[in-house]
Design a protein around this ligand. Structure first.
Ligand code: FE2
Length: 187
């Protein structure tokens, strides 16, 4: 089943099949992308959304599925108006689809030689607005930051090869030129 009648259950079954048969992360991203778009538009996903935001971190992370070893993570993120994330990577492949409201994505390039622990220099590459239905595919070391410039909570669907709290991923501070681990609160 596709489109509005697509379900989280069918999506997870497809994720298992794709991750078991795909040759590499690029193939996984290409195959997951259209299915994630269908799930983002589905009645099943919309019925599950809690739109809960964590005031302290600026967004809420609603875990919808992960395997017992934290792989194949599906989550709905709800973003408070005027809030967002620091620049970060994911340490795993990712597919993000807009569900409600626009989200601004800024992409960054790491320019230091990674020789000094805790030190990182990053430069802004480009900024792009992603409306509902737009898809972003992320390789594990891509660095981006997300912002909700709208007046209402925005929601996006996130699919990761592994729950990002278990990949050892990082957040970056471009002014202080630092890199530190990043764990997010999840509900
Ligand atoms: Fe991200």
């Amino acid at each position: 089943m596709t489109g509005a009648g697509y379900t989280l259950k069918a999506f997870v079954a497809a994720l298992r099949e794709i991750s078991a048969s795909a040759a590499d992360a690029h193939e996984i991203l290409e195959r997951v992308k259209p299915l994630a778009r269908q799930l983002a538009a589905s009645a099943d996903l919309h019925a599950r959304l809690n739109r809960q935001c964590d005031e302290a971190q600026g967004f809420g992370f609603q875990l919808l599925h992960e395997e017992p070893d934290h792989t194949l993570c599906v989550a709905a993120l709800s973003w408070l108006p005027g809030r967002g994330t620091p620049p970060h990577d994911h340490g795993t492949w990712g597919v993000v689809v807009g569900v409600e409201g626009d989200e601004v994505n800024t992409f960054w390039l790491r320019t230091d030689d990674r020789s000094q622990p805790g030190h990182a220099a990053i430069e802004k590459l480009q900024e792009k607005v992603f409306p509902p239905g737009a898809v972003i595919v992320l390789m594990p070391d891509i660095i981006h930051s997300v912002r909700n410039d709208g007046d209402e909570i925005s929601v996006s669907l996130h699919v990761y090869g592994k729950n990002i709290n278990f990949t050892g991923r990082s957040q970056f501070d471009p002014e202080r030129r630092s890199v530190v681990p990043w764990i997010v609160r999840q509900n």
